[in-house]
Design a protein around this ligand. Structure first.
Ligand SMILES: NC(=O)c1ccc[n+]([C@@H]2O[C@H](COP(=O)([O-])OP(=O)(O)OC[C@H]3O[C@@H](n4cnc5c(N)ncnc54)[C@H](OP(=O)(O)O)[C@@H]3O)[C@@H](O)[C@H]2O)c1
Length: 336
């Protein structure tokens, strides 16, 4: 075996927003795999906001990537060599740590076989993967919507947000999506049939929420934190539920922000705030996956991907993700 592998490594830790020179492409030769390992030709990379945390040294739920190491991340690929009886050449697999590289030599316990007939294989890191599970469990287990609820979701056109809004419509909610451009808002309203949309870069979020949810916000699925969330939570309804999924507005700050104090609104409305990490629900993924695949097949769910081609484009695309340039689930299609 003599496989030439190009990979993108962390050259230095980003300060604030990541920059292109924080990353570097290096190559190596893979000569062998060990017993229990598989060699995977990577086909799709998933770019996700949590990866920014892994580029920092700060303690988090995911271990930091070391300087010089390949950028860790979810991916889908094809087994081209196996020294594990559970996998054969040609199996399509997904793994959370395959990383930004053309070939991954990895312990087979870290990948899962996927069923290509279910949906296009890249959905294993999208609607049928981590973002899809986040939307499903965050909404149904943390936010517990009931028909008639006013539900607000931020980063509404992204991987998680687009699904949260559509699942909430299935659950009978009045859905308001917050996103960062008119194009994204138009898509949410016209194609995904959200009831209301707010462009947070142009509109007064606090006033718009008041207008769209006059009886208050029963459910807030929070993907962003910061000022947008202050404005939503200030409008929380009695016994409202706030699911804290992500705080992307904070990931690149070099100094902590101070803002409005929302505890009074939480207290007087007896609202609940619960943070969650999707892995909490891992044991139940297979059931959720079946439901999501069913809704996808009968077009109850529409799934938008934003595809960039070429491994070398991953750093630029990731920087774009941090700035709202992606429109839908951001994926890199490898062209090796
Ligand atoms: N808890 C969990 O287990 C879990 C799992 C997956 C994801 N998450 C979190 O869920 C959130 C969404 O993730 P995703 O994968 O669906 O990403 P995404 O929405 O596809 O992409 C991120 C989006 O965030 C928006 N954004 C960026 N900076 C912002 C800012 N300062 N203020 C407001 N919006 C901003 C941008 O859209 P606009 O154009 O609308 O600004 C951008 O497109 C992230 O916070 C992520 O960390 C959590």
């Amino acid at each position: 075996m003599n496989i030439k592998n190009n990979k993108i490594v962390l050259k230095k830790r980003p300060v604030g927003f990541p920059k292109l020179d924080d990353f570097e492409i290096v190559n190596e030769t893979i000569n062998n795999i060990n017993y229990g390992e598989v060699l995977i030709k990577v086909i799709w990379l998933s770019l996700d906001p949590y990866m920014r945390g892994r580029m920092s040294e700060a303690k988090s739920y995911a271990d930091p990537v070391k300087i010089g190491d390949v950028i860790t991340g979810g991916a889908v690929g094809e087994v081209i060599e196996s020294k594990c009886p559970n996998f054969i050449k040609g199996d399509i697999v997904e793994g959370f740590t395959l990383g930004w590289q053309e070939f991954a030599k990895i312990n087979s316990s870290l990948v899962r076989k996927i069923e290509p007939s279910l949906a296009p294989i890249q959905t294993a890191v999208g609607v049928l993967g981590m973002p899809g599970m986040t939307a499903y469990f965050g909404l149904f287990e943390i936010c517990r919507p009931v028909p008639g609820d006013n539900l607000v979701v931020s980063a509404a056109s992204g991987a998680v947000g687009q699904l949260v809004g559509q699942l909430a419509k299935i659950a009978g909610c009045n859905v308001t999506g917050i996103a960062g451009s008119d194009e994204k808002c138009k898509y949410l309203k016209d194609i995904l049939k959200f009831d209301n949309v707010i462009n947070y870069k142009k509109d007064n979020v606090f006033k718009k929420i008041k207008e769209y949810c006059p009886s208050g916000v029963n459910v807030y699925f929070d993907n962003v934190g910061g000022k947008i969330s202050d404005d939503v939570i200030s409008n929380i309804a009695p016994f409202g539920r706030i699911g804290v999924c992500g705080v992307i507005s904070q990931y690149n700050l070099t100094q902590m922000e101070t803002g409005m104090r929302v505890q009074r609104a939480v207290l007087t409305n007896q609202a609940s705030v619960e943070g969650f990490l999707v892995f909490r629900f891992e044991q139940k993924y297979s059931i959720a996956r079946k439901r999501m695949a069913y809704w996808l097949s009968n077009r109850s769910l529409i799934w938008k991907e934003d595809i960039v081609t070429g491994l070398e484009k991953a750093p630029e695309a990731f920087i774009g993700l941090m700035n709202g340039k992606n429109f839908g689930k951001l994926l890199i299609k490898l062209d090796n």
